[in-house]
Write a protein that binds this ligand. Structure first.
Ligand code: PFF
Ligand code: NA
Length: 454
C-alpha cells in the first residue's frame, strides 16, 4: 500500500475486509441497537422503517460514496481533503471533526452504562419485571455522581487502547474480532426473541405499515437517523477513506457498508420489539427501551440472564467499534494537520473527551440536571443537539454543495471509478442526488433544527 502522503505515522488498512469491517463497525453502534428500535417504537414501526429505507436509498448511499471519494482522493483527513481541492473550504472539515469529537464525549458516557449493565446481567441483578422498579434502578444509577464516571473512564480507556494501536494494528484488528462476534450474538438473541410465545404482534407491528402515523416528524427523525447511523457528516468516513489505496472499489464499499448497517438495525429491532410485545411492555418507551424495558424482558425470559449478558456484550462491541472511529477522526486531524505523534494525540484527545463528558454524565443527576444551556436543555442534551442536529447537517450540507457544485461531479466520479476503470451504472443517479436531493433534503432539516432553537 503506497501513497504520496503516507508516512509511518499515518498508516493504512491491511486488507479490504479489514477496512469494510472497520467502516461497518463505525456505522453499527448505539444508533442501531439503542436508537433504531426505540425510534421504530415511537414512530409507528413499519412506517418509520419504510421512510428510513427510502431516505437511505435516496441520500444515504450518495453521501457515503461522496465521503469515501473525498477521503481517498487526498489521503488526508477531512481538513486536508477539502484543502487539497479548494483551500478556502478546509473549515468544513473542522465542523465535521468537531461534531464527531463532541459525540464521542457523551457516546462514551452511554458506553459506560452498557458496561455497568453487562456487570448487572452477569451478577443476576435483572430479577424484577416491574417497569417502575427497573426505571428506578436505571435513573438512580445514571444520577449518581461518581459510579457512572468510573464506567465512563473504563469505556474511554478501552477506546484509547484500540486507537493507540493505529489503523492496522488497532482499529482493523479490533474490528475483525468484534464484528463477527457481534453478528453471531445478535442472531442468537433474535432467534430467542422471535420464538417467544406472543412475538408475532411485534413482528406485525414492524412489518405492517399504518400510514396514518406518517408525517413530517417521521421524515425528520428518519433523516437524522440515517446520517447518525451511517456515521455521515462527521468526517469519520472521510477519515477511514483516506487510509484506502487507489485500487479499492469505492462504489462497492458504499453499498456494502450501508447494507451491513441496515441489517444490524433491523436485526436489533427484531431482537427488541417482538420480545417487548411478547412480554407485554410498551414499545414506545423511548430511550429507556434498552436500559429499562429490556432488562425486564430478560428477567421474564427463560435463561434470561445468559441472553441478557450476551445482548449487552453485543451492544458493547457495537459501541466500541463506533467510538474508536469517533476518536480516530480527531487523532487523524492532529497527526495530519499538526504533526503530532499518534500516541500523544490519542492520549490527549481521549483525556479531554473524558473531561468534557463529565458534565454530560452529571447532567443526569439531581444536582446538575437543572443547569441548562441551549434552549432549556441540560448539558448532555445541549451537546448532543449541537453535534447531531446542527453541526452534522451543516457539514453534510456543505459537503454536498462542495462536491456537487464547487469541485464538480465529473472530477468526483473520476475518483469514484478509479479513473474510469470501474463501471458505475448509478453515476447519473448519484450526481443528481448529490447536486439536488441531498442539499435540499439536508438543508430543509437544518433549517427545521435551527427554527427549533427559537
Ligand atoms: N454510527 C454510529 C451509531 O450508529 O451508533 C454512531 C456514530 C459513529 C456516529 C461515528 C457518528 C460517527 F462519526
Ligand atoms: Na449505525
Amino acid at each position: 500500500m503506497s501513497n504520496l502522503n503516507s508516512t509511518d505515522e499515518r498508516g493504512s488498512w491491511g486488507s479490504r475486509v479489514g477496512f469494510l469491517l472497520a467502516a461497518a463497525g463505525s456505522a453499527i453502534g448505539l444508533g442501531n441497537v439503542w436508537k433504531f428500535p426505540y425510534l421504530c417504537g415511537e414512530y409507528g414501526g413499519a412506517v418509520f422503517i419504510f421512510t428510513y429505507i427510502a431516505i437511505l436509498v435516496l441520500v444515504g448511499f450518495t453521501i457515503m460514496l461522496t465521503e469515501l471519494i473525498l477521503g481517498r482522493h487526498s489521503h488526508q483527513g477531512p481538513v486536508g481533503a477539502y484543502r487539497a481541492i479548494k483551500k478556502r473550504w478546509s473549515w468544513v472539515g473542522i465542523i465535521g471533526i468537531l461534531a464527531s469529537y463532541l459525540i464521542l464525549t457523551y457516546y462514551s458516557v452511554i458506553g459506560g452504562w452498557i458496561i455497568k449493565y453487562i456487570v448487572s446481567a452477569f451478577t443476576g441483578n435483572f430479577n424484577t419485571t416491574d417497569i417502575d422498579a427497573l426505571g428506578n434502578i436505571f435513573t438512580t444509577f445514571i444520577g449518581k455522581p461518581f459510579e457512572p464516571l468510573i464506567y465512563h473512564a473504563i469505556f474511554i480507556t478501552l477506546t484509547l487502547g484500540i486507537v493507540m494501536g493505529g489503523i492496522q494494528g488497532g482499529i482493523e484488528k479490533a474490528s475483525k474480532m468484534m464484528m463477527p462476534a457481534l453478528f453471531i450474538i445478535l442472531f442468537v438473541v433474535v432467534i430467542r426473541a422471535v420464538t417467544l410465545p406472543g412475538a408475532s404482534a411485534g413482528l406485525e407491528y414492524m412489518l405492517k405499515p399504518d400510514w396514518s402515523k406518517f408525517g413530517i416528524k417521521v421524515i425528520i427523525a428518519a433523516l437524522v437517523q440515517v446520517f447518525f447511523s451511517l456515521s455521515l457528516g462527521m468526517g469519520v468516513i472521510i477519515t477511514y477513506g483516506s487510509y484506502l489505496d487507489k485500487n479499492e472499489k469505492l462504489t462497492t464499499s458504499s453499498v456494502q457498508i450501508p447494507l451491513m448497517d441496515s441489517a444490524a438495525a433491523l436485526l436489533s429491532a427484531f431482537a427488541v420489539l417482538p420480545a417487548v410485545f411478547a412480554l407485554g411492555y410498551n414499545p414506545s418507551a423511548g430511550p429507556g427501551l434498552l436500559f429499562i424495558t429490556l432488562p425486564g424482558v430478560f428477567a421474564k425470559m427463560p435463561m434470561g440472564s445468559l441472553f441478557g449478558s450476551m445482548f449487552f456484550i453485543f451492544v458493547l462491541f457495537a459501541a466500541l467499534s463506533s467510538s474508536i472511529s469517533l476518536l480516530e477522526a480527531a487523532v487523524t486531524y492532529c497527526v495530519d494537520e499538526h504533526g503530532w505523534k499518534r500516541k500523544n494525540a490519542t492520549i490527549v484527545l481521549a483525556a479531554v473527551a473524558f473531561l468534557i463528558g463529565v458534565p454530560s454524565s452529571l447532567a443526569n443527576g439531581p444536582l446538575f440536571s437543572e443547569i441548562t444551556f441551549i434552549n432549556g436543555m441540560n448539558f448532555f442534551d445541549s451537546i448532543s443537539f449541537l453535534a447531531e442536529n446542527l453541526l452534522l447537517p451543516l457539514s453534510a450540507f456543505m459537503l454536498s454543495i462542495f462536491v456537487g457544485w464547487v469541485w464538480g461531479t465529473d472530477k468526483a466520479l473520476k475518483e469514484a471509478t478509479n479513473n474510469g476503470t470501474v463501471k458505475f451504472g448509478l453515476a447519473g443517479m448519484w450526481a443528481f442526488s448529490i447536486k439536488y436531493l441531498a442539499p435540499i433534503g439536508i438543508g430543509f432539516i437544518l433549517i427545521q433544527n435551527i427554527i427549533a432553537l427559537f
